[in-house]
Design a protein around this ligand. Sequence first.
Ligand code: SAH
Length: 210
Amino acid sequence: MLRENMINSQIKARGVTDERVLKAMLKVKRHLFVPFTHRNLSYEDIPLPIGEGQTISQPYIVALMTELLELKGGEKALEIGTGSGYQAAILAELAKEVYTVELLKPLAERSQKLLKDLGYENIKVKHGDGFLGWPEYAPFDAIIVTCAPEEIPPALLEQLAEGGRLVIPVGAYYQELRQVKKKEGKIISKDIIPVRFVPMLKLGDASGGL
Ligand code: SAH
């Protein structure tokens, strides 16, 4: 099976061990989130275009970032950059509630519909600017950012719960994937690996229609 092969050769082989993450990646059908034109490549070790100049990350990066969120099942999680909705679906398998914010309206609308059609009832999608987080539902036990800002947006640090984890690529062209924890009000940051993500757009960069 293609998904099983993806887990073994791309994800386990590179050191992701969280059984819950591996199980979720085996369960969620990535091809349903990939446009028809690229569907045959859904389980390859590459990022793929999802329209509007955006991409769905390579499966290994999704697995690694999800593992770094250290989800146990009871969390409230926030994602910035809904894109295709794939990462949100993975989170929904592993956390209690998922809130996801997307700047580009066509992507927000498409993934909201897809996630609803797939029966996910614990995901809320919002068309909005991720630099602001989603204050109405804060604080979040886990925050994942799937586009790259040059600096960590202050609102996301504020909306991170005590004991929470934030996983985010930071940098201009080349980025470092960072895991940030809030412990006794202090921010503790760890660099994980260099990565390449699409930039986190500022309002005005994008035809987001906000
Ligand atoms: N997690 C997605 C991949 C997202 S690609 C998936 O699983 O498919 C990054 C996404 O971030 C794009 O859809 C892009 O439109 C969005 N994005 C860029 N800047 C943003 C911002 N300021 N706020 C919210 N979303 C943003």
